[in-house]
Design a protein around this ligand. Structure first.
Ligand code: BES
Ligand code: MN
Ligand code: ZN
Length: 506
């Protein structure tokens, strides 16, 4: 989909659909007067009759007689006072979905009449929203196909004042929106396709396209680095494990010298759980819903996608993405309850349940992150079912050892509609995972499962500034409770990470 910002009159746009966002309870914005006149007063008539009031759930399509467009899509933005980037993105997403259902090829969003958010954020929200709304995972469908996506989206500015800012926003929105779609694609891909090696190849390919540095640890490299956590979790699968490392803005030798003088780009490490399928292993999961465990690499997908966007946006940071990837399967070679694993850090892990595999491979990846001397480490993981119980599907859980970082994560999530709620990580919880044969047990029992999982990770992030996002409840929407398009992977975390990184200040 091509996105272009143009100055122009909505009446003259030759597109399949004009998209008009209307806030609730503010009447018809004056700037839409001429469009309304061309439409024979249809906009005002809809508002006056109460058939459309601008509520954020509303979307109506009306004929566009008197203009050069095929139809007009009125989308509600919600209460005038609370129209912000997030409200706009939501409306744009609903419009994007409707355009796809109607199999339209081109659309123009009318920006005149929208007073908030600021131009750059406004264009970003339109681009991200329409891209997200248009998203379908349809590569395996041959019978009822949703039809191709939009070819062209215009953002129509009423005047020339903010064109540069709008263009900046549209570009960022396109990059970030497409990164979300990439994360969703990777996560929606079946487990037999999106193997650890597949993820590594995709990472390598996008590194080549965008100038990232890719380093893939195969079994030999994992052995050499002592990453028995990753190797052990992956041992039951015919598809061997990998550690994928993507780097943007890696300091060149000269910069490293500057770094010694304290003027380097800050280094941020992003770690994503990449369990390419989680059957539970020998501690096998029940059959019902096990298909959803193809999404157990959603954290890794978010990290890979975010890295691509970081490169495209050329952020002035050194960002390292680490994705430990493995399939957790039962097999003659699979790891066993009772096994003791020596992790790369040297700490030993006693396996009580092979289904608590994420924390074992994250332990090695978090330990490796240390070698980049990062200013902050953020991990994303579909780590615990307990997180679904604790918070439901409205937010991720966030825990960590640096309140300032946690606050920034929460604030970024709030801005982009990917909310996170903090759970406590007091030392008292550590006793639940204290080992007997080894240093640490890989499960802490039923109570506070999300917290004890984070407490486990905290043993591998000592002296780092670290925040952990448990995205188990928000990484995908189950078939039953979601309409098509919204179903499956959500790409949760991509927008949060990019918002955080774009605003990063040391
Ligand atoms: N990937 C799962 C967590 C999960 C469950 C994510 C449901 C999304 C939805 C993880 O590897 C897991 O199996 N965790 C166990 C841990 C337990 C054995 C301590 C869990 O949550 O049951
Ligand atoms: Mn598991
Ligand atoms: Zn898992």
């Amino acid at each position: 989909m091509e996105i272009e910002v143009q100055r122009g009159d909505a009446r003259d746009a030759q597109v399949d659909a004009l998209i008009v966002g209307v806030p609730e309870g503010a009447g018809l914005p004056r700037a839409l007067g001429s469009l309304d006149a061309a439409l024979g007063g249809a906009l005002r008539a809809y508002l006056d009759s109460g058939q459309f009031s601008g509520k954020s759930s509303e979307l109506v399509q009306i004929p566009a007689r008197g203009t050069r467009a095929g139809r007009v899509l009125l989308v509600g933005l919600g209460k005038e006072r609370s129209v912000d980037a997030e409200a706009l993105r939501g409306a744009a997403s609903r419009a994007g979905r409707a355009l796809r259902s109607a199999k339209l090829k081109s659309a123009a969003a009318v920006l005149a009449g929208l007073r908030r958010p600021a131009p750059e954020a406004m264009a970003q929200a339109w681009a991200e929203g329409v891209l997200g709304g248009q998203y379908r995972f349809d590569r395996y469908r041959t019978l009822e196909t949703p039809g191709p996506p939009l070819e062209r989206l215009q953002l129509l500015a009423g005047d020339a004042r903010h064109l540069a800012a709008l263009r900046r926003g549209a570009r960022a929105g396109a990059i970030i929106g497409e990164a979300s779609c990439l994360a969703r694609d990777l996560s929606n891909e079946p487990g037999s396709v999106a193997t650890p090696e597949y993820l590594a190849q995709r990472a390598r390919a996008l590194a080549r396209e965008t100038g990232l540095r890719a380093t893939i640890f195969g079994e030999r490299e994992l052995e050499r680095a002592g990453m028995q956590g990753i190797l052990t979790v992956g041992r039951g699968s015919a598809n061997p494990p990998r550690l994928i490392v993507l780097e943007h803005g890696a300091p060149a030798p000269a910069a490293r010298r500057r770094a010694a003088r304290g003027r380097a780009r800050p280094t941020i490490a992003l770690v994503g759980k990449g369990v390419a399928f989680d059957s539970g292993g020998i501690s096998i999961k029940p059959a019902a819903g096990m298909d959803e465990m193809k999404h157990d690499m959603a954290g890794g997908a978010a990290v890979i996608a975010a890295l691509r966007a970081v490169a495209q946006l050329a952020l002035p940071l050194h960002v390292v993405g680490l994705v430990p990837a493995a399939q957790n399967l039962p097999d003659g070679k699979a790891y066993l309850p009772g096994d003791v694993i020596r992790s790369a850090s040297g700490k030993t892990i006693e396996v009580l349940n092979t289904d608590a595999e994420g924390r074992i491979l994250l332990a090695d990846a978090l330990h490796h992150a240390r070698s980049f001397e990062p200013q902050a480490v953020i991990d994303l993981a579909t780590l615990t079912g307990a997180c679904v119980v604790a918070l439901g599907h409205e937010c991720a859980a966030v825990l960590g050892n640096d309140q300032r970082l946690i606050d920034r994560v929460i604030a970024a999530g709030e801005r982009v509609g990917e909310r996170a709620w903090q759970l406590p990580l007091w030392d008292a919880y550590k006793k639940q995972i204290k080992g007997t044969t080894g240093d640490l047990k890989n499960t802490g029992g039923r109570p506070a499962g999300t917290i004890t999982a984070a407490a486990f990770l905290s043993h591998f992030t000592e002296n780092l500034s670290w925040a952990h996002l448990d995205i188990a409840a928000v990484a995908w929407r189950a078939g039953g409770d979601a309409e098509s398009g919204a179903r499956g992977a959500t790409g949760f975390g991509v927008r949060l990470l990019l918002d955080l990184l774009r605003a990063w200040k040391t």
